[in-house]
Every structure is written in C-alpha cells, then in structure tokens.
Design a protein around this ligand. Structure first.
Ligand code: ATP
Length: 340
C-alpha cells in the first residue's frame, strides 16, 4: 500500500497510523490508502473512488468473479519471479445497469487496491499539446499510486472520434495511441478496468489481443442470478432474504437488469412503509416488478446485437446456462395481460 510514495511520505504516513494506537498491523493498510488519496486529489485528472462494495454485493456474474479472485494472486512478486506477466486489465462490455461498474468497485475492495476513476473526457484540453500532457500526467499519477485499479467507465465515449474523421488535427488519435502503447508496455501494477455499452463506437484497437487480459460480456441476469440480486438488495436494506420467496420474485423480473431489480426492492419497501409501516412482503416486490417496464424491453434489438457480437469476441461473465429472455415492449405487455 505504500508503493509509489516518497520516503518522506512513507515516514509521515506510518507515524500517523502508529500514533493512533501504538501499533502497525494489517488494519492500518486502509489508512495508508487514505494517505494516497491526497496525492491523487492533487493531480486533478483522476478521482479516488471509495469502494464500499464487496464481491458478495454483486449478484450472479460468477465466471467474472471467479476470474477476478484467481487473478489477484498474479500481482504477487512470487508470480513475477515464476515468470508470469503482470495482469494488464479487463474490458467489460454489456447491457447498461447489469453490474459492470459495481464489479470494478467490488474488485477494488477484494484486492485491497485503490480505485482510481479516470474520466478520459477531462484529458482533452484546448491548448496545443495540452491533451497529450494531461494523458501522460494521468498515467504517471496512476503509476505512482500503483498497485491500483484504473477504472475507465464508458470508454467508447472518452475516445469517441478515434475512428473516422475528427476535426482536432489528430489529437484524439495521438492521445489514444499513447494510451494503447502504455497499456501494451506497462510494467507497474496498474490494472485497467474499462467498461463499454456501445460496441459500435468502441475503437477496434481495444479488442486486439494483448491489450486486455480478458474481455467479458455482461448480459441481463438469468433467473438464478436475479434471485441473488434480489437477495443482495434485501440484505442491503436489512431484510433477511431467507424470509422471501426469491424464486418467485426472480420469475416476475424476467428481462430486468440489476439496476431495475434494485428499483423494485426500493419501491416495494417504500410502499410497505407508506402503508402504515408494515413489513415488506413478497407481494410488494412482485407488484412492483409487474408495474415496471424493464430497460431491456425498450431496446431488445440492441441487446440481441450485443449478444451476437459477444458470442465470438467475449467470454460470458455469468456461469453457463444463465440467459434471460429479451422481450419487446409489446410482447411484454401482451405477456402480462395473459398472466392477469
Ligand atoms: P452503466 O453502463 O449504465 O454504468 P453498469 O453495468 O456499470 O451500467 P452498475 O452501475 O454497476 O451498472 O449498476 C447500477 C446499480 O444496479 C448498481 O449500483 C447496483 O446497485 C445494481 N446492480 C446492477 N447489477 C447488479 C448485480 N449483478 N448485483 C447487484 N446489484 C446490481
């Protein structure tokens, strides 16, 4: 956790944490990470993202979670001595609201590495050479804080204009090129976690072998995954999932994203509260689910296109056999009418 700090910064950080309880133990790692936060704030390009989410807060996505758990060990000096390459990064592509950002935050907690959010859009400045310099500064800050996770959300938006004619005399391309070269050659333990929703706008260079260690596709959650997500959000709101018919709620939420499911739990809870503060029951959740038109119903073609694209280019983030049916808005309404 002290890696990347100067000797004086290390001394100051250690003095500060030892003085609190007269000891230096694993509990102090978190406090040392807090010290690093100050360095990052000064850079302006990156944002230190406090990650409170744990792996258990991510429902489903078992293959992705297992991969992250396995990869953790590959950062150790022992792995390097053994001849392994330092993990480079991960690209998560998928349906919005299904847990891509959540997984980045959970990885940061599980790996005990600070999460730095890198907003690529902020790199681009109006002066000659400013953008290139900003990109270099962002990278060197991340390296100073390493080991860390560099989280780039919706990467396709940040580098929009790389493909096709852009009007900025090639600045975007140069900045992008610099970033790609760094990704390819970096030796510091800066793990890039990039997310993307729109494959059409994603520069193909990102998909080339050797850029990322793996490309995962995050699909709509399957039935068993939805039950897990319902349980996560009940637990978060201090309800015991064991006292709910999770399978039934999972069936009522076919085609829902994780974010849609969270909304169902939140609004069910609100209904119960406003109804004389009675306790939340299965029926509240099912009624909310039935009153919701999930995001997937508004863009079935986009989801189908994503799935088709991912078949040959990405690894499923869920364990096998977890696929939700995607229905259009009309099909959705028709199905509900029949159910009634
Ligand atoms: P976007 O591309 O729109 O940023 P995303 O895939 O990154 O979407 P998140 O931001 O991770 O989605 O999800 C939004 C919220 O929905 C999360 O904060 C979480 O509360 C809930 N959620 C989504 N997926 C899951 C999941 N698999 N398990 C538990 N909660 C989930």
């Amino acid at each position: 956790a002290l890696l990347g700090l100067t000797q004086t910064e290390i001394e100051n950080a250690l003095y500060r944490v030892i003085v609190e309880d007269g000891r230096l133990d694993p509990g102090d790692i978190e406090k040392v990470i807090q010290e690093k936060r100050q360095i990052i704030r000064k850079s302006g390009m990156l944002e230190f993202y406090p990650a409170r989410e744990k792996m258990d807060d991510v429902g489903g996505l078992d293959a992705l979670k297992a991969w992250l758990t396995r990869k953790r060990a590959c950062f150790a000096r022992e792995a390097e001595d053994f001849g392994l390459d330092m993990p480079k990064g991960l690209l998560l592509i998928g349906v919005p609201g299904c847990g891509k950002s959540l997984t980045a935050k959970a990885a940061s907690s599980a790996w005990r590495m600070p999460l730095l959010r890198f907003d690529v859009g902020r790199v681009f400045g109006s002066y000659v050479g400013e953008s290139e310099q900003n990109m270099r500064r962002a990278i060197s800050t991340a390296e100073a804080v390493a080991p860390c996770i560099l989280w780039m959300d919706e990467i396709e938006k940040g580098f929009a204009g790389v493909s096709g004619a852009s009007s900025d005399s090639g600045t975007t391309q140069r900045v992008f090129g610099h970033f790609l070269t760094w990704m390819q050659e970096k030796t510091e333990p800066v793990f890039v976690m990039a997310t993307a929703n729109d494959i059409e706008r994603l520069p193909p260079e990102f998909l080339r072998k050797g850029r990322f260690d793996e490309i995962f596709f995050v699909d709509l959650p399957g039935e068993a995954e939805r039950a897990e997500i319902v349980a996560v959000h009940l637990r978060k709101r201090r309800r015991d999932p064991a006292s709910f018919a999770l399978a039934q709620v999972a069936r009522a939420t076919e085609g829902f994203t994780g974010a849609d499911i969270e909304e169902v739990v939140k609004s069910g809870l609100e209904v119960a509260f406003l109804d004389d503060r009675r306790e939340l029951c299965d029926q509240d959740l099912i009624a909310q689910a039935e009153a919701t038109l999930p995001l997937s119903a508004t863009m079935p073609e986009r989801i189908e296109a994503l799935r088709k694209w991912a078949q040959t280019r990405a690894v499923p983030a869920s364990r096998p056999g977890q696929a939700a049916e995607v229905a259009s808005e009309e099909q959705f309404r028709e199905r509900r009418r029949i159910d009634l």
